[in-house]
Write a protein that binds this ligand. Structure first.
Ligand code: CMX
Length: 150
């Protein structure tokens, strides 16, 4: 990796969906993705599935389907603001060292949402940059768990 690179690759693109099973059906049966992993993340208020395709080499991006666990969920609010329809809620960049990358982004004036990274999919560590400091995109930064398939 080039020394000036902050990010390894696009880790995943996150879609907000009203219903996880319906969305899995659509993306797998119509678009041919397959479910790699499914979990509930209470802290983030989501029920989620990661979808993959092909051989899933280490830098293949995935699709993340995010359904709200309850009405207070960030995803419930996003869906409400978007007329109840699903859509792209976030783009996630993979990093090797989330603490170092977070410090660099803060130095460069990016607003990060959490003081410290939280736990995301499969035990990864995650942080978010507010859309107002990224040109309108909710940017997730993700450091995969040690030993994860990525
Ligand atoms: N993408 C782009 N813009 C977004 C956005 C999104 N996903 N969500 C909100 N915004 C915009 C709104 O349109 C609004 O813009 P205007 O002020 O121009 O109308 C602005 O951001 C609102 O910002 P806010 O009042 O600070 O906060 P919100 O209540 O809308 O929440 C955010 C926004 C980013 C703080 C919230 O979505 C959040 O905390 N996200 C991080 C956590 C998360 O997304 N968890 C679910 C996924 C978990 C996972 O990936 O594992």
């Amino acid at each position: 990796m080039n020394n000036s690179d902050l990010f390894v690759c696009i880790d995943h693109v996150g879609y907000a969906v009203p219903n996880l099973d319906d969305a899995i059906k659509l993306h797998c049966e119509v678009f041919g993705w397959r479910v790699l992993h499914r979990e509930t993340n209470e802290e983030q208020g989501v029920e989620e599935a990661m979808l993959g395709t092909g051989d899933q080499h280490s830098e293949n991006a995935q699709i993340q389907l995010l359904a709200p666990l309850n009405p207070a969920s960030t995803i419930a609010k996003w869906l409400e603001r978007n007329g109840g329809r699903g859509g792209v809620q976030q783009v996630a960049y993979r990093v090797h060292d989330i603490d170092a990358v977070s410090a660099t982004l803060r130095e460069r004036g990016v607003t990060l949402l959490y003081d410290e990274p939280k736990i995301g999919t499969g035990g990864s560590r995650i942080q978010f940059a507010h859309p107002k400091s990224t040109g309108g995109i909710l940017l997730e930064i993700v450091e995969p768990a040690q030993g994860a398939a990525h």
